[in-house]
Design a binder for this molecule. Structure first.
Ligand code: GRF
Length: 206
């Protein structure tokens, strides 16, 4: 029998529905990822991700953006909440805010994000709509390491889907989401197995 890998501590940041978070929870429960999810951190007290965390017995910290007088004050509280997780890896799974430079610096190389486009095309919000408007024939998702830019960090995994002639934004988003649910757990697994080697922009999978 293979010796078991030591389990990494991961924490997830999510702002909404949390289906990518659920995909990671399920992959851990299935024994596919040598990790324990120690916390969900959310900026949104109404996020459905909170219910998913509760069902899985994962503690939740809510840093409610609306309750802070400024973005700086919010980021200070978020940084403290993240430090408190003592996580090896932070997974941004539909976290809908841009992280400030202090947080990015503090957890440099230890944060990954899922984006619903084939980066570097269509960074930022409404990526699926941007792809449709542009008229691309292939779309998809990207898991990347977080750096100080918006969706600019080194790419870990990409998966693609066709764009069909009658697609609307929701149809394309659903098709991409199914691939996100494969890409994100795989990227988390590779990180937790120490299989990612990052040199400048390039990520080699060992
Ligand atoms: C996903 O499409 C993700 O790529 C984007 O926001 C969406 C979040 O979906 N950043 P969910 O909350 O994981 O269901």
């Amino acid at each position: 029998m293979e010796p078991e890998l030591p389990r990494k501590r991961i924490a997830v940041l999510a702002s909404g529905r949390g289906s990518n978070f659920q995909a990671v929870i399920d992959a851990i429960a299935a024994g596919d990822i040598p990790a324990i999810c120690v916390r969900l951190v959310t900026d949104n007290p109404g996020a459905y991700a909170i219910e998913r965390a509760e069902s899985a017995g994962i503690p939740v910290t809510t840093v409610d953006f609306a309750k802070f007088p400024s973005k700086t004050a919010y980021e200070e509280a978020l940084l403290a909440a993240m430090q408190d997780c003592r996580a090896d890896l932070f997974v941004l799974a539909g976290y809908m805010r841009i992280l400030g430079p202090e947080i990015v610096h503090e957890f440099s190389g230890r944060m990954i994000n899922i984006h619903p486009a084939l980066l570097p095309a269509f960074a930022g919000l409404h990526a699926q709509w941007q792809a449709l408007e542009y008229g691309v024939k292939v779309a998809g998702c990207t898991v990347h390491i977080v750096d100080e830019g918006v969706d600019t960090g080194p790419i870990v995994i990409q998966r693609c889907v066709p764009v069909l002639p009658d697609d609307d934004e929701a149809m394309l988003a659903d098709r991409i989401l199914a691939e996100e649910h494969k890409a994100l757990p795989l990227a988390v697994k590779l990180f937790c197995e120490d299989r990612l080697e990052v040199t400048d922009r390039r990520v080699r999978i060992r």
